[in-house]
Design a protein around this ligand. Structure first.
Ligand code: NAG
Ligand code: NAG
Ligand code: NAG
Length: 345
């Protein structure tokens, strides 16, 4: 009897652990091809959400949970009609990263075509962050290089007088870090530093190593007496061609959110097991596919001062929708008290 109840308790504990990964939180406009989100709370308490499709569509909400609303079509775009940058006739804008500084929203965005290194990182600014209020400043001027792709920008600045860092990169040699001018409008001229890469090929593929992209840096000033810098990124395939593999990214190589950690802003970064994230393919899983939530990625983090918690927001495919093309937005609360980010709710 005692034996039985211990077994029953073990099964219960396993079942609880397995179901412990919470579902993404969102209400209102949470689907309709919402990818690569950036989320911020404006000083007046309004939340702003910037995403890829529709020339960087903007949505607003009274709280990070929603309900999110947006104007339709170009009326909801950050840059109606596109960017002043031209890299290709078929170019698209994607992956906005929004940083608030000097009373301005600064949106660093990518201009490219799928699978091309012919890309640029541009920047636009706004007082209100809302559609119709953006000024496009064009390219920040990072030079082309065979090692990197100039997409997936992420601004990281610890304090107003601190150096503004820019993380970027994708295919080719993955993640790099450089610096910007204090007004965030231009590359500083500092040579990009290589911060993370993955040389492992996905199972069954000889095409190219698994991808690391969508870097997002965060810091915690004091975790058990230690200051840490966290480099979050999306690992694997963001997407697949519609119709291929049932419309989903290849199972096992689909997007997942990973993290590396350092006590210095530019690394070296290590994972939980101590593997170097540049030279040993290191990286620890934060959130992967679970339940109907498939391929979470394109992530970012934001502190919600109303509840004093940190949200990890991302896009994902809801398998229950039965359609690959509809990316959804959601977030979960995370906790850093162990020294590593854990999704808690
Ligand atoms: C969101 O998903 C629901 C259910 O699949 C669908 O009916 C609706 O049209 C979608 N909304 C958008 C904006 O795509
Ligand atoms: C944005 O809004 C502010 C405040 O209303 C206004 O001063 C500014 O001219 C607007 N900028 C653009 C580009 O619309
Ligand atoms: C590197 O790629 C392999 C193969 O796809 C994958 O299993 C692993 O999780 C990736 N690691 C990182 C840190 O992205």
């Amino acid at each position: 009897m005692h034996q039985l109840s211990t077994t029953a308790l073990t099964i219960l504990a396993l079942a609880t652990a397995a179901s412990a990964i919470p579902n993404p939180i969102c209400s209102g406009l949470c689907n309709g091809t919402i990818r690569d989100p950036a989320v911020l709370r404006r000083k007046d308490g309004t939340w702003l959400r910037f995403t890829t499709e529709g020339n960087l569509r903007i949505a607003t909400a009274p709280s990070i949970s929603g309900p999110w609303t947006s104007n339709k079509g170009e009326a909801g775009a950050m840059l109606p009609g596109g960017s002043i940058i031209h890299v290709d006739d078929d170019q698209r804008l994607w992956a906005p990263n929004v940083f608030y500084k000097n009373d301005l929203f600064h949106a660093h965005y990518s201009v490219s075509t799928i699978g091309s290194q012919n890309s640029a990182i541009g920047v636009a600014t706004s007082v209100t962050g809302e559609p119709g209020n953006w000024t496009d400043h064009g390219s920040i001027g990072i030079p082309a290089d065979p090692r990197w792709n100039r997409i997936d920008a992420n601004v990281f600045q610890e304090c107003a007088a601190c150096t503004p860092y820019l993380n970027f990169g994708s295919h080719w040699d993955h993640l790099f870090q450089t610096t910007l001018t204090q007004n965030l409008l231009k590359w500083s001229g500092d040579a990009p530093v290589h911060v993370a890469r993955n040389t492992t090929f996905p199972a069954g593929s000889t095409n190219h190593p698994s991808i690391m992209e969508g870097a997002f840096q965060w810091w915690i000033p004091n975790v058990n007496g230690q200051k840490y810098y966290y480099l979050f990124f999306s690992s694997g395939a963001c997407c697949s061609k519609p119709g291929v593999n049932g419309g989903l990214a290849p199972q096992g190589d689909e997007y997942k959110i990973m993290v590396c950690r350092s006590d210095k802003v530019s690394g070296p970064f290590f994972d939980k097991t101590g593997k170097n994230c540049l030279s040993q393919n290191g990286g620890s899983l934060v959130l992967g596919s679970h339940g109907d939530t498939f391929a979470p990625g394109g992530q970012g983090l934001v502190h919600d001062p109303d509840v004093d918690r940190v949200a990890l927001y991302f896009h994902y495919v809801n398998k229950a929708d039965g359609t690959y093309s509809d990316f959804r937005f959601g977030f979960n609360w995370i906790d850093f008290s162990s020294g590593w980010p854990e999704v808690v709710e």
